[in-house]
Write a protein that binds this ligand. Structure first.
Ligand SMILES: [Zn+2]
Length: 459
């Protein structure tokens, strides 16, 4: 566990990053030349030996140690979800993913690049001599009394090792249900799903739409000494207290389906299956939900009604599905307008037309946007939350699923029962001034796909 200094002044990092040229590097590091040389020698001498030994010998005040510490604390301080370290012909390009968008941070020289990559590999317990094979590692550090877990993976590219660091902080992964972004009505519906003693609850959406956060937060909400909660995940993203988490291992044949079968012999109450990827897992999960367990899982469908047809397409029998399904949530993440630079504005006609079409409202409310300021890195946005559609599977919907597998029909019925589509939820947030119409359009539309949520609003 590393403890990093908080509030690292950005200029320390940027100054370090400006070391693009040898001349500048010398200027900055002249006082650390001795430790830098020592580190360089150590790198050569210790290659292939156990990294722990190396770590002990690396002086804590070595510039590379500070540079890496600064980079990590800067990224965590800016709420970045990922740090990309990309070797190019000239040096190491550093980008941060903040609120879902990659942004350039700085560039290091190739000399510094090798030191940084090696330092990170040492911190993560990886083999510093191995440069031709992908590796995985983990770093944990404390920043401002907050625990941050970093998952690192390397990828050998033609210019050297590319490294991606995923920053996982507990307050981003687990939050109270009321902080998940559900509007009042949707939250009420979702909590009703959780009150069931058994059945299947599905969370849908593309990669990176916050499904894991919803699931982890839900498990935490349900966690109590009277419940045996077991998860099957690939990978286990975050460790939860009081919950039995199982890591899938496809190499040894311990996949989702076989792990699920084993778990069912372990007297579980609540089961979370990371993802339903194949028909076998779909089948076992459905049966588990039917035999007195509350089962949570995710599916890669754009919206809630499509999840039903996807499971039917996977070969799950409709009578099994109708008896097990409790409800389906589809979600997307969108960026919130930065509070510091928020201003009212009139969106372009194209966006207003979109608003009118989705909301069915001809009266235009006052919309807001972020002008862009230092606080938000001049993006106009700071922080993210989710929009949802929450579909309850009731008796009538069960009858519908039994007699047909028509997504449109299921959607129409759900909407008639008060389901708000993702787009409807989104434009409402824009009308409330927490985000922009453009952001809703980008968040809810799937690139190259048709505007799925609009389908709910057209007959
Ligand atoms: Zn701002």
């Amino acid at each position: 566990m590393y403890t990093l200094p908080k509030n690292t002044p950005d200029n320390t990092l940027l100054q370090a990053g400006r070391i693009n040229e040898e001349r500048q590097f010398k200027e900055v590091s002249v006082e650390h030349e001795r430790s830098r040389r020592t580190l360089g020698e150590l790198l050569i001498r210790k290659e292939g030996e156990h990294p722990e030994k190396f770590k002990k010998e690396a002086p804590e005040d070595a510039p590379v140690v500070q540079m890496v510490n600064n980079l990590l604390s800067h990224a965590a301080g800016r709420d970045a979800s990922d740090i990309h370290l990309e070797p190019t012909e000239k040096g190491l390009r550093v980008r941060l993913r903040i609120d879902g968008v990659l942004r350039d941070l700085t560039t290091y020289s190739r000399e510094v690049m090798l030191l940084i990559i090696s330092r990170l590999k040492i911190m993560a317990g990886m083999d510093i001599a191995e440069k031709r094979r992908p590796q995985d590692g983990n770093i944990q550090f404390m920043l401002d009394k907050k625990h941050v877990n970093v998952r690192i993976s390397t990828l050998p590219t033609i210019n050297g090792e590319k490294m991606v660091l995923r920053l996982l902080s507990p307050d981003k992964i687990i939050m109270p249900i009321e902080k998940l972004g559900f509007n009042m009505e949707n939250q009420k519906r979702y909590l009703k799903f959780l009150a069931n003693a058994f059945g299947m609850v599905l969370i849908c959406g593309p990669t990176g739409c916050g499904k894991s956060t919803t699931l982890y937060s839900t498990l935490q909400y349900l966690n109590s000494p009277s419940q045996n909660i077991v998860t099957v995940e690939d990978p286990v993203e975050y460790r939860l207290d009081g919950i039995n988490q199982v890591q899938v291992n496809n190499k040894t044949g311990f996949g989702f389906a076989s792990a699920l079968r084993t778990i069912l012999r372990q007297d579980p109450n609540i089961i979370m299956v990371g993802e339903i990827r194949d028909s076998e897992t779909a089948e076992v999960a459905t049966r588990a939900a039917l035999t007195g367990h509350l089962v949570f899982s995710t599916l890669h469908t754009n919206d809630a009604p499509s999840a039903v047809t996807r499971l039917l397409d996977m070969g799950v029998k409709n009578y099994l599905l109708t008896s097990s399904l409790v409800g389906i949530v589809a979600q997307r993440l969108f960026r919130l307008i930065c509070d510091k630079c928020k201003e009212e504005y009139l969106p372009p006609e194209e966006e207003l037309a979109f608003y009118r079409e989705v909301s069915g409202n001809s009266k235009i409310p006052s919309f807001s946007r972020g002008r862009g300021c230092e606080e938000c890195g001049f993006s106009g946005f700071k922080g993210r939350t989710a929009i949802h559609e929450v579909m309850t599977v009731d008796g009538e919907m069960r009858r519908l699923i039994m007699k047909s597998r028509n997504t449109e029909e299921i959607r129409r019925y759900a909407v008639s029962q008060g389901m708000q589509t993702i787009l409807e939820d989104g434009v409402q947030r824009a009308a409330e001034g927490v985000t922009t119409l453009k952001e809703v359009m980008q968040a809810a539309y799937v690139t190259g796909d048709r505007p799925f949520a609009c389908q709910g609003t057209t007959p």
